[in-house]
Design a protein around this ligand. Sequence first.
Ligand code: PMP
Length: 359
Amino acid sequence: VSSPASEKTVPLRPAVAALPAYVPGARPSGRAWKLSSNENPYPPPAAVVAAITEAAVEVNRYPDMFATELVEALAAHVGVDPAQVVVGNGSVAVLQHVLEAVLEPGDEVVYPWRSFEAYPILTAVAGGEAVTVPLTAAGRLDLPAMAAAVGPRTRVALVCTPNNPTGPVVQADELETFLAEVPRDVLVVVDEAYLEFIRDAEAPVGIDLLRRHPNVVLVRTMSKASGLAGLRVGYAVAEPRLAAAVRSTSTPFGVNHLAQRAALATLQPAVQAELAERVEHLVAERTRVWDTLREQGWDVPDTHANFVWLATGERTVELAAEASAAGVLVRPFAGEGMRVSIGEVEANDAFLALAAGWR
Ligand code: PMP
């Protein structure tokens, strides 16, 4: 029996109907410290604000479709050929376009869990099947287990280093072993969103890795250390054939004009120096927060990002609500723990005072 036309609804792709929600960090209402989205707490340097202001009068025109100038500047910054760089509307969009470039329906994507919460969403949207590999008890990626999870249907492995939300980095030798075990026709995406905050000499130097492993793509962002989260600029670095494929799946004009001009200004040496100082300060604050939490008796994973992980277990939702009421916004993962960004000194102090009371 056919139902009347008025009762019909547009069918959704089952994978889309089943998507988990991407929960953004809470937004402050009134006066609150926002430690929920791993943002840079500093406003952009004056030269960047000036570049955005100057570009504002040009937004009646479309941006440069392929962001040529920005791609060239990023390539010089990273030390590769411009043909190896693709930009996108935040690295989350870049990750999406990378998956779209290689996945056929039903192909498997191996990734750690818990990790960046966009991974399950992007995998499902691109038609892939998720194969998740638990973190170790110390909140680290279990690369041997990930290598073992790679099967004949695996097309992509996602390596998040430092891992969001726990913080540890992958060591260079661990990654080399993993890359030696994984077949060359599996794309290994190294998500380095927090690269600039790494202070572990044993963590891999990405570009060198690319030369030896053409199945690697590095994904980076200007949202964190560069402080451009609100403008959305991310990029991938890969061998030219892969980079071209990612470019072809990307949204046309995906990086807007203001973002392109701001990112270019950010790459100027003087601005880079200013940003590096801020990152140094945030790293020092991270050490202080981590040390203090350990002194309080918390078992905090070793973090190389601009956040710490507090294993608050079953109390997580309740404690996050208490923090919010006290004007400190954190990112809770119900039943597991909370991720807390490193922010202003006063913000970190306010969080540490709460954490002391929770012991
Ligand atoms: N990768 C990781 C590991 C992240 O934590 C984030 C942001 N939370 C992103 C990618 C995406 O950042 P953006 O889209 O702002 O570049």
